[in-house]
Ligand binder design. Structure first.
Ligand code: HEC
Ligand code: HEC
Length: 260
């Protein structure tokens, strides 16, 4: 018999993979759908790697290790594993080693504020951040991390240089409206200027995250979660988003993606 914690982790991994696979395949209509299809394909590859690692080493790696090569498997299962190994073999698969992920499904972490990154990893561990994306991808990965590993992983991504994230020509006409929201807020709706807290160039400060060059699809999704106030509760973002329309969220998300 497998020990119970391992068994439940494997069960969880199985259900997570099942959920993710629902994303594809099919005809991609929007950039988000295209990204979801790519993510589903990636998960299929990871599932294959997982099966091979299990067969080779008989170590039954839980979800958080399915991206680790079989040689690193035992090493990664050690709770004192070097965060550089974790970054390279786990985080990099989705966020890229330098934090400049190319798929909008996966948020960019490069140059993100250290305090904010650490806060979010703790929120995934405590399940206080509980949106679908958090549950499917980050709860399992964050659960075994020690406080020291969280700090070191956050340090790594904070020190990476963010690369620009150009928006499409079709979206360019939205930038001016987005800029106005970012710089002036929406006075009639009591939406404060985003730059007050996120910085004039959206570079962030400590617990206030950097928004510049983040994928707009991710930013839009985050704004929607704050508005619902269930999956990311207890932050000033509830008040900010309460009366924002989907179009306003989209425009400001495009604007911050266009910032360097
Ligand atoms: C299988 C893909 C995958 C892997 C591997 C992965 N992540 Fe994530 N990560 C995601 C997704 C998807 C989200 C967005 C979750 C959401 O929608 O709330 C995310 C969100 C995050 C966030 C919050 C970002 C923000 O702007 O709020 C942090 C921090 C993070 N991941 C760190 C890590 C670290 C550190 C590792 C390695 C230990 C890692 N991730 C591994 C998919 C992944
Ligand atoms: C009063 C300060 C304040 C203002 C004004 C503000 N924010 Fe925030 N924002 C925060 C804080 C604090 C967080 C981190 C919350 C958390 O830990 O989940 C945050 C988080 C976010 C996130 C999540 C980032 C991520 O990587 O997941 C987005 C997106 C965001 N804000 C966009 C905006 C936009 C757009 C505006 C303007 C319309 C705005 N914010 C105005 C304080 C503010």
């Amino acid at each position: 018999m497998m020990p119970t914690p391992m068994k439940s982790r494997l069960l969880r991994a199985g259900s997570i993979l099942a959920v993710l696979l629902l994303c594809g395949p099919g005809q991609a209509e929007t950039p988000l759908e295209a990204a979801q299809q790519l993510a589903a394909k990636r998960v299929e590859e990871l599932r294959q790697a997982h099966t091979e690692a299990q067969q080779e080493l008989n170590c039954n790696p839980p979800l958080e290790t399915i991206v680790v090569s079989s040689a690193d498997c035992a090493k990664y299962l050690n709770p004192d594993v070097d965060p550089a190994i974790t970054t390279k073999h786990v985080c990099a698969n989705c966020h890229a080693n330098d934090g400049n992920s190319t798929l909008s499904h996966f948020p960019r972490l490069a140059g993100q504020q250290q305090a904010y990154l650490a806060n979010q990893l703790i929120a995934f561990q405590k399940h206080t951040r509980s949106g679908q994306g958090a549950r499917d991808y980050m709860w399992g990965i964050a659960s075994p991390l020690t406080a020291g590993q969280i700090d070191a992983l956050a340090d790594h991504f904070t020190r990476q240089s963010p690369s620009s994230n150009p928006i499409s020509d079709a979206d360019r006409p939205r930038l001016e409206l987005g800029r106005q929201i970012f710089e002036n807020g929406i006075p009639g709706k009591k939406v404060l200027p985003c730059g007050f807290c996120h910085g004039p160039q959206a570079q962030g400060l400590r617990a206030f995250p950097r928004l510049a060059s983040q994928h707009s699809a991710y930013t839009e999704k985050a704004l929607g979660e704050y508005k619902e106030n269930i999956t990311r509760p207890g932050t000033p973002m509830r008040q900010i988003t309460r009366d924002m329309s989907p179009e306003e969220m989209r425009d400001v998300a495009l604007y911050v993606q266009s910032l360097p």
